[in-house]
Design a protein around this ligand. Structure first.
Ligand code: 5GP
Length: 216
């Protein structure tokens, strides 16, 4: 199996990226590609539906800062007053084993990862409008109104980073957005540089069989 790809997916909070990533991963697994969703560390408190170890590793600021000091994070950033980070352990060894790894991280973290792993593929998920994003944040019923306002203000700032990304998806309809994301992932796997080792193997076996046939 060829190496896995590191997909960095960013969008403003409430943009729907977690749902899109999970649905895309299911499709990729069915397509024959093992996938892994990286679980971040955060100092934010868990929302009612969230589980420690599944959605995030929930830690206090002291633990997080000690991990930063020990260099355990591939990237980390402060977002809306809380710290978030991807530990190196989440990614280590997986790409080499052919697993695609998905990071659901903010735009600052995305920039940091691209510096240390330049072959990572960055996808930005845009909400179709202000109204839709506001509505999604409200319906989630997990953040108080002032946190929602802060997240909407942040969203506008985050749009400014889209130029650093390789791809953009507008999350208007979920099924369409998943289709788009799956298309991006499969196209990336078909880049010639990534296909080359498999193509070389086929060509060598082809040449050997042809030679055998000709000498019969
Ligand atoms: P939320 O609090 O809504 O779960 O996440 C807030 C923001 O933090 C989202 O944009 C999310 O993608 C981002 N985020 C989650 N995990 C990480 C991480 O490990 N690193 C960085 N830089 N951002 C993260």
């Amino acid at each position: 199996m060829d190496e896995g790809i590191l997909f960095i997916v960013s969008s403003p909070s409430g943009g729907g990226k977690t749902t899109i990533i999970k649905a895309t991963m299911e499709r990729l697994e069915a397509w024959g590609r093992p996938c892994y969703f990286s679980v971040s560390h955060t100092t934010r408190s868990p929302r009612p539906t969230e589980q420690d170890g599944r959605d995030y590793h929930f830690v206090d600021r002291e633990t997080f800062e000690a991990m930063v000091a020990r260099g355990e994070f591939l990237e980390w950033a402060e977002y809306a007053g809380n710290l978030y980070g991807t530990s190196r352990a989440e990614v280590a060894g997986r790409l080499e084993r052919g697993v695609d790894v998905f990071l659901d991280i903010d735009v600052q973290g995305a920039q940091q990862v691209k510096t240390s792993i330049p072959e990572a593929v960055k996808v930005f998920i845009f909400p179709p409008s202000y109204e839709v994003l506001k509505d999604r944040l409200r319906k989630r019923r997990q953040d108080p109104p002032e946190a929602i306002r802060r997240r909407l203000q942040l969203a506008l700032k985050e749009f400014g980073y889209v130029g650093d990304f390789d791809y953009a998806i507008i999350n208007d309809r979920l099924e369409r957005a998943v289709e788009d994301m799956f298309g991006i992932c499969t196209a990336e796997h078909h880049r010639l540089a990534r296909m080359k080792p498999r193509l070389d193997t086929i060509r060598e076996a082809f040449a050997a069989s042809l030679e055998e046939d000709l000498t019969e």
